[in-house]
Ligand binder design. Sequence first.
Ligand code: GRF
Length: 202
Amino acid sequence: MRLGVLASGTGTILEALLAADLDAGRGAGSGAGPAADLDVALVLVDRPCRALDVAEAAGVTAVLVPRASFGADFDRVAYSKDVATVLLDHDVDLVAIAGFGTVLDATFFDHFRSPVLNTHPSLLPAFKGWHAVDEALAAGVKLTGCTVHIATADVDAGPILAQEAVPVLSGDDAAALHERIKTVERRLYPETIARFARGELP
Ligand code: GRF
């Protein structure tokens, strides 16, 4: 499948997608070799960011679809349609959201009809949204984690494909906890995408 990755940030999950040996899930690799089963055909970013540099350094087609606004006048419908059009123009047939800072609305899912997966830094349905790690800390939970799920227009609410728990340690701040969660995401997300692409998951 031709995978399109949507990112906005530091792109460390993207790096894992580019680097993962996806045969590892079948016991054939170490998990650290070159991508075997996933063809990252396109990286799409919504702003200049490190993820864009990661894609370019890897020689992957990278497209910046800049947001015209981060304010109340942001035309989310038009932007969502633009993103779908770019993915379709590049023959992408599976999308992995990897820290994309723009919520795409139903227009996106109406135009782009192939599967869209997301990784989220909490054990959904707990702590949906962009501030999941801060909210888990503020709630005082002892256990959080990450979730790979099918993305739908209902944000962070689509069918769950995989989850893994991460303990909250005393003295954790958001950065430390998020980094431990991302360490798990960098393994779980490529594995789960590969299993999904092989038809092993619903
Ligand atoms: C990940 O924790 C992902 O679940 C969340 O954003 C983070 C992306 O990390 N949506 P990075 O920018 O790839 O390091």
